[in-house]
Every structure is written in structure tokens, then in C-alpha cells.
Design a protein around this ligand. Structure first.
Ligand code: ADP
Ligand code: ZN
Length: 602
């Protein structure tokens, strides 16, 4: 880019030089004389016409009227023009034609105006390039810096992605649509435009997106949210436009936006107010998503590990309204991932992938890929013919040490506590009529779940909840801590988020839904204004005494429910032990496995 740029500039200078020479050549050798000499020549009738310009007088010789006038008559005499009032009179006396110069100001304009402009444009472009890291020459300005190129033949399909069965099932429909859109459009079915893959880094979100493209054989556009955030306001939005233009042209295709959160943070979040550039880019993305037709064949997959900070506008129907959880792999999945990555290497027959998988709880797919690679490198360093178990052991120790620093690996006691905790939730859910049924229990550390992430789907119009439902929801939330208390007679911080949510429900019952006898059918809190940040501006419309009463009643609800929860768990203590042990072993149970463990009659 830089080379080319300098190149074209030097061309420009050469052209300019030639032009100046030409100009000189076209107005050739002139006879410079003094002003009085010039007048003398006029008086001697050597000059028959005079061209007067602002600076010069040019005298031309007589041209015979029957002769054709030369195109560029040569000036015989040239002299600087002096402020001479009698000049015209003098010339007329000798019958000289007076011609006002049709001045050729082109060159001067060029020099005085165009050149400086060119100069500044040059400097500006140079700076642009510096700052935008090659943000493009004049022509590509406003287009993306690195052209977004559709990838085809990625060589990735669902086989390359081990585990993630749920995600695959969800994505299968998209593949089907991309392969045979007619099948869907014929019945008027609408395929989701945007699908959000949610999960910690390294769990294979990018890989899944590529696999969808690979499986359906369509082009794959990939860009990271942070790429959109340019230094110059407006460029990010331009890139979005550019991306969708290209995607539309190549439809059916897949657009993958990694790190959606860096682009789609809630607008106006943060104390300093909005970030103009990001906001513009986000608005452009929303506009584009709304703009293209549903069944045009462009499917947008986006990945994030922080869905809770996304702008709610991004999650509305018609945008990223479908969410797929891409979580850390459990034991079985880890074995499968190891197998995928061990395919290409020479493995000692003694190496048991299951043992490795057992030793790597909390590892993501990327960690496991890294592990296989590290082990192989170690074997190479030792000059071995095959990768043996010892190399894996060594590599695990190394990686675990790194991950422990990042707090991602549970030790044995923690794992046990979590197993009982989760089983507690699941059992209480089983023995409460209105509670949602258990879909999956897992003790795989989840980057998101542990921090109390709940997918933010609009729930308010979906649920009309009864008092019983709300109370039983509290029960399920308390089930975790209840189990810990019963089994270990100890409580941990792991339940903090559960307690928070349980308290929130209890408080809402008391203050908003009028479900408490002492406080009556009165609403004590106005729902926070939607446009203000929630929680910040909740108005208090009651006395301190009432506040005290509210706190007491909330506490009473929680305490009472905890008693019931413990009763349930004590009653089913055997199940609790049995299921927790299996969970500890397998790390994850799906609904069928769980049901089987519950046995008949439950
Ligand atoms: P993310 O996009 O979620 O951060 P990636 O898709 O970039 O994660 O995964 C990084 C790498 O980890 C992949 O290229 C792949 O080698 C490996 N990997 C992750 N998950 C899996 C999986 N389920 N099966 C096989 N390999 C995986
Ligand atoms: Zn819990």
C-alpha cells in the first residue's frame, strides 16, 4: 500500500514538470525590451498589434490579412507593463490593434491552489494511514480496511466439533434452511436471522459457526466486534454497511460476528455516557438486521461470553432472538474433543484419553487442543517417536497451573460441594409441582453460570405466576444451600446468587404483588422507570416502619421456605446421595439420566 502510494505521487510530479516545460515551449523565445524601446518600435510601425495583460505588453508584427494567422503568433517584443495612462492613446495614434489578454491563468491557479491542496491531502492521507493502520487510500476510504472476504471450503464440519450436541441440534435447522431454502419458504416459515452463541472463550463458538457454513456449503464471512470499533467516527458503521452489502451479494451465506459484546454493549451504559462511534456502529448493525428480508439467506451468527451486557435492542425479536449455550465440556465431551485433536498425532497405544479427560475438569475445547499440542511438543523435545502418557501428565500440570491462576479449576472438595448443591436444586425442583422440570444438571464450572447468568429473555408477558409458583421457585433456589447444610452441616458462598434471586422474588411478592397478609394488597414500589437504569431510581414511597416490616416479612418467607426445603431433602436423602455421587463422576446429567436415577414412582 505504502509503495503504491509513493509511486503515484511521483507520477504526479513528473506530469507536472512536463506540463510546465510544455507551457514554456509553447510560449517560446521572446524578445524582452524596455518600455521605451517598445514604444519606439511602435512608433517605427514594427508592431501592429499589442496584447495587454495585467503584467506584460506583447507586441506582434503585422499579419497580412490574406495570410492565415499562425496558431501561436510569436510576440516580437515583450516588455513589462507600466502604469502609463497615455498608453492607449499612444497606441491608437499609430493604429495599433489593442487586444486585452486572454490570460492563461491555468498554470497560476494550479500552482497557487491545486498544489497546496494536493500537498495537504497528501499529508492527511499519510496521517490516516498511520492512525488507521492502512485505513486505505483515497479510493477505499469508507470501505473496510481489511476487505472482508468470504471464506469457502473451510474444511470444518460438525465432525470437527466434538460434543456440543444441543448446539448442533439447534443449528441443524439453520443448515437445513441454507441447503434447501425452498422447503422453508414454500410454507412461509421464517428462519431466525440472528443466532447468539453464548459461552466462555475457547468453547468452540467460532468452530461451530464455521461448521455450520461447512455443513451447508455456503460462504462464511467472519469479523470480530472489536474490528468495527475504528478510530474514526463513522468508519465502523461504514464497515457494517460494507459487510452486509457483500453478504447480500453472496447469499445464502453466514456472517459470523465474534465478540459481539465489544460492539453491542448497552448504549448509554457506563458513567461517561455513550461512546459515539460504537453507538453509530451498533445502530447501523440494527438497521441492517432489520433491513434485509428474513428469507434472503443471510444468517448471522454471533458469539459472546458476556450476554448480560448486550444492548437489549440486539436481543429483540427479528434480531438475535435465538440463543444457544455453548458451555464447557463435561467428561464425555472432553474425551470426544481429545479424540478429535489426537487424530493427527502419533499416540502411544497405552494413552487413555478418558484418564486425561478425568484429570481436566473445567478445560475448554481450546484448552484441550492446547494440551494435545503441548504434549506433542514435549515428546518432540524428548526425541520420542510417540506421545506417551507422561507427556500428557506434564502438559496437564502446566496448563492446570495456568488455569488455577484464572480460578477456573475446582478442587475435589469444591467439586463435591457443588455436586450436592446442584443435586439439591434438582431434587427440590422434582418434588415441587409447579417447578420447571430439570433439563440438565452440571458441575462443570461455567464461566457464566457461576456468576449467576440467566438468559435475558423477555419474561414479563410470558408468565402470569401464582403465589404457589413463586414460592416453589424460591424453594428450588434454596435447594442448593439446603443440601449443603444437610450433608456437610456447612454453608458456602456458592449459594450467594441463589439467595439473591430468592430474596428478590420474596421481596417482589411482598412489595409489588400484594401477596403478603401483613402488608396487604398494596404496592409499595413503583416499577423503576424503564428508561432509567434499573434499581438506581426506585422510588421509596413508604415509611421507615413499613420498610422494617417489609424486611421482616421477606425474611420470614425465606426462613419458612428453607424449613420446607430441608424437610424435602431429608426425606429423600438417599436419592440426594446417590445422584450427587453419579453427578460427581459424570459431571453432567441430562434429563433422561436424571429421571433414571430417580427411579420409579417419582
Ligand atoms: P470460541 O470461539 O468459543 O472462543 P473457538 O471456536 O475459537 O472458541 O475454539 C478454539 C479452538 O479450540 C478450536 O479451533 C478448536 O481447535 C478447539 N475446540 C474448541 N471446542 C472444540 C470442540 N467442541 N471440538 C473440537 N475442538 C474444539
Ligand atoms: Zn445454586
Amino acid at each position: 500500500m505504502e509503495k503504491k502510494f509513493q509511486f503515484s505521487l511521483s507520477y504526479l510530479f513528473i506530469a507536472l514538470a512536463i506540463f510546465i516545460l510544455l507551457q514554456n515551449w509553447l510560449s517560446p523565445d521572446i524578445n524582452n525590451v524596455s518600455y521605451s524601446q517598445f514604444k519606439t518600435h511602435v512608433a517605427e510601425k514594427k508592431i501592429n498589434s499589442v496584447v495587454i495583460s495585467s503584467t506584460l505588453l506583447k507586441g506582434y508584427e503585422k499579419v497580412e490579412s490574406d495570410k492565415k494567422e499562425p496558431m501561436f503568433p510569436k510576440a516580437l517584443y515583450v516588455t513589462p507593463r507600466i502604469d502609463d495612462r497615455n498608453l492607449v492613446e499612444f497606441l491608437e495614434k499609430y493604429n495599433v490593434d489593442i487586444i486585452a489578454a486572454n490570460e492563461n491563468t491555468f498554470l497560476r491557479t494550479l500552482l497557487s491552489w491545486v498544489l497546496p491542496t494536493l500537498f495537504f491531502v497528501g499529508i492527511w492521507m499519510f496521517l490516516m494511514k498511520r492512525m488507521g493502520q492502512g485505513a486505505g487510500g483515497m479510493m477505499t476510504l469508507g470501505k473496510s480496511k481489511a476487505k472482508i472476504i468470504a471464506q469457502t471450503d473451510l474444511g470444518v464440519n460438525f465432525e470437527s466439533v466434538a460434543g456440543q450436541e444441543e448446539a448442533k441440534v439447534e443449528l441443524a435447522e439453520v443448515i437445513e434452511f441454507l441447503k434447501t431454502p425452498e422447503k422453508f419458504t414454500r410454507l412461509g416459515a421464517k428462519i431466525p436471522k440472528g443466532i447468539l452463541l453464548v459461552g466462555p472463550p475457547g468453547t468452540g463458538k467460532t468452530l461451530l459457526a464455521k461448521a455450520v457454513a461447512g455443513e451447508s456449503g455456503v460462504p462464511f464471512f467472519s469479523i470480530s466486534g472489536s474490528d468495527f470499533i475504528e478510530m474514526f467516527v463513522g468508519l465502523g458503521a461504514a464497515r457494517v454497511r460494507d459487510l452486509f452489502e457483500q453478504a447480500n451479494a453472496k447469499a445464502p451465506c453466514i456472517v459470523f460476528i465474534d465478540e459481539l459484546d465489544s460492539l453491542g454493549k448497552a448504549r448509554g451504559s457506563g458513567m461517561m455516557g455513550g461512546h459515539d462511534e460504537r453507538e453509530q456502529t451498533l445502530n447501523q448493525l440494527l438497521a441492517e438486521m432489520d433491513g434485509f428480508e428474513v428469507n434472503k439467506g443471510v444468517v448471522i451468527l454471533a458469539a459472546t461470553n458476556r450476554p448480560e451486557i448486550l444492548d437489549p435492542a440486539l436481543l429483540r425479536p427479528g434480531r438475535f432472538d435465538r440463543h444457544i449455550l455453548v458451555d464447557r465440556p463435561d467428561l464425555k465431551e472432553r474425551v470426544a474433543i481429545l479424540a478429535v485433536h489426537a487424530k493427527g498425532i502419533k499416540l502411544d497405544l497405552e494413552v487413555d484419553l478418558e484418564i486425561i479427560a478425568r484429570r481436566t475438569p473445567g478445560f475448554t475445547g481450546a484448552d484441550l487442543a492446547n494440551l494435545v499440542n503441548e504434549a506433542t511438543l514435549l515428546a518432540v523435545r524428548k526425541g520420542k517417536e510417540q506421545v506417551e502418557g507422561t507427556e500428557f501428565e506434564e502438559a496437564i500440570d502446566r496448563i492446570v497451573a495456568g488455569l488455577e491462576k484464572k480460578n477456573r479449576v475446582l478442587n475435589e472438595t469444591e467439586k463435591k460441594t457443588v455436586a450436592y448443591h446442584e443435586t439439591g436444586h434438582a431434587l427440590v425442583a422434582t418434588f415441587r409441582k409447579t417447578a420447571e422440570k430439570v433439563h440438565k444438571i452440571s458441575i462443570v464450572p461455567r464461566g457464566i453460570g457461576a456468576l449467576g447468568y440467566t438468559m435475558q429473555l423477555p419474561t414479563e408477558d410470558r408468565f402470569l405466576m401464582s403465589k404457589t409458583e413463586l414460592l416453589e421457585k424460591i424453594d428450588v433456589l434454596l435447594g442448593g444451600r439446603g443440601a449443603e447444610k444437610i450433608v456437610f452441616d456447612e454453608i458456602t458462598t456458592g449459594a450467594q446468587n441463589d439467595l439473591q434471586r430468592a430474596t428478590d422474588i420474596a421481596r417482589s411478592m411482598v412489595t409489588m404483588y400484594g401477596m403478603n397478609e401483613k402488608l396487604g394488597q398494596v404496592t409499595y414500589l413503583q416499577q423503576a422507570n424503564q428508561f432509567l437504569q434499573q434499581g438506581l431510581f426506585q422510588q421509596k414511597e413508604f415509611s421507615d416502619q413499613t420498610a422494617l416490616l417489609i424486611d421482616e416479612e421477606v425474611r420470614k418467607i425465606i426462613d419458612e421456605r428453607m424449613v420446607g426445603v430441608k424437610e424435602t431433602l431429608v426425606e429423600h436423602r438417599e436419592l440426594l446421595e446417590k445422584i450427587a455421587k453419579v453427578l460427581l463422576e459424570k459431571e453432567a446429567l441430562d434429563d433422561e439420566e436424571f429421571k433414571a436415577l430417580l427411579g420409579e414412582g417419582v
